[in-house]
Design a protein around this ligand. Sequence first.
Ligand SMILES: Cc1cc2nc3c(=O)[nH]c(=O)nc-3n(C[C@H](O)[C@H](O)[C@H](O)COP(=O)(O)OP(=O)(O)OC[C@H]3O[C@@H](n4cnc5c(N)ncnc54)[C@H](O)[C@@H]3O)c2cc1C
Length: 459
Amino acid sequence: MSLQEAITEFRGQFRGTVIEPQDAAYDEARKVYNGMIDRRPRLIAMCTDVADVIAAVRMAKANGLRVSIRGGGHNAAGLGVCDDGLVIDLAPIKYVRVDPASRTVLVGGGCKWADVDHATHAFGLAVPSGIISSTGVAGLTLGGGMGHLTRKYGLTIDNLLSVDMVLADGSFVVASAEENADLFWAVRGGGGNFGVVTSFLFEAHPVSTVCAGPMLWNLDDTADVMKWYREFITKAPEEMNGFFAMMTVPPGPPFPTELHLRKMCAIVWCYQGSMEQANTILEPIRSYRPPAFEFFVPMPYPMLQGMFDGIYPTGLQWYWKADFFKELSDAAIEKHIEHGSLLPTWQSAMHLYPVNGKVNRVYEDDTAFSHRDSVWSEVIVGVDPDPANGQKITEWAKRYYDALHPFGTGGAYLNFMMEEGEDRIRATYRGNYARLAAVKEKYHPENFFRVNQNIRPSA
Ligand SMILES: Cc1cc2nc3c(=O)[nH]c(=O)nc-3n(C[C@H](O)[C@H](O)[C@H](O)COP(=O)(O)OP(=O)(O)OC[C@H]3O[C@@H](n4cnc5c(N)ncnc54)[C@H](O)[C@@H]3O)c2cc1C
């Protein structure tokens, strides 16, 4: 049977939409969030349910097609889409069921975090995720997941109870602490290596209104604020989260016009408690180095989650570099000031996310995510709408990364990496790599799922 005949037969078994290069929807459907990525798959299968995923996996296997799995399409390296192969797109599998009695949330594999936040907020609950609500639940979770609630409740995977998955032979499995425990260990940090996850069951927490928002300082204050921050954030109550940023002030409200497009440093806070308590905790920095501007107010948690969505619409050019750090030395701070003050475009930024608190109380071999002893996860993003600025943002990000990399652990958060080769993936998983490769060997000896930060089967 020719590939075209196989596709015709596949269309008959498939409930969702099948998109080929000649279809009008093709160019829109192959786009991912990063506008720098331009790949041309042979086929895009918009799956409506688990049966569609099984049919798509079997079709790809029978016809020797490479497969990429797309959740929210946000991956920096564009790993949700591939050239010449089959894209298993889960976007139509979109449902969220909150069980307030057990405080659990069942999430379809195509959801974005905005879908989850909307559903859980009605019950005064939240699942720890990231800082941008348009990010896909699937990719963020499978890589680890860090954001505003990390210090108190851990990574997103620390709140994952079970997944439904389709394996390379088209079989369906549940993975949890009780069933297929080796797979459950591997998917908590192992990315898209182990199968297509069609649903996630999470534990949720009582988070409703938070006191949150950015404080901004002039660049001249960066060294003092960073040195204060490095002490503060490792000892602060875990209800207080704050990530550090080298950034440019967005040209719009709530920022005063005189600050628009000024390069500054910032901390974006999220406190789970009262304004009175938050103000007591933050009094030392306000009196030591008063912010040039702050917008720190009580707000519904979904509002915080969506706060930066408008700055980063889909289709911008993105170049990412990342590392984990155990300490933020004076020498590293000097490098941050040097490169952070050269932000090439206003949407470019450097963020330092704290990965301490609850994250550090999980052992490094309890899940595939090994960097439990790190304190910061750094990401440097060169961002701009204009493809003509691609080289400029890429070179800046690489120079910044080169300056800071010697201070890091050698590994980086999987979800902040471009395609950087096997050594970097090994440096990221450290002692967990061999166990991941063994799980891959057991379930996928042919490395069927390989459009990802790839873990090769051990044999
Ligand atoms: C603007 C922006 C902000 C971000 N902020 C944060 C943040 O605050 N915290 C954080 O932790 N991360 C953050 N990220 C990184 C984010 O976690 C990754 O980009 C992640 O890969 C996105 O997931 P996705 O489902 O949207 O990606 P996709 O591009 O759809 O998929 C990425 C990879 O995940 C795998 N995958 C996707 N869906 C499935 C599935 N259902 N089953 C199996 N494998 C699958 C595939 O291997 C795929 O290659 C951010 C990214 C962006 C672009």
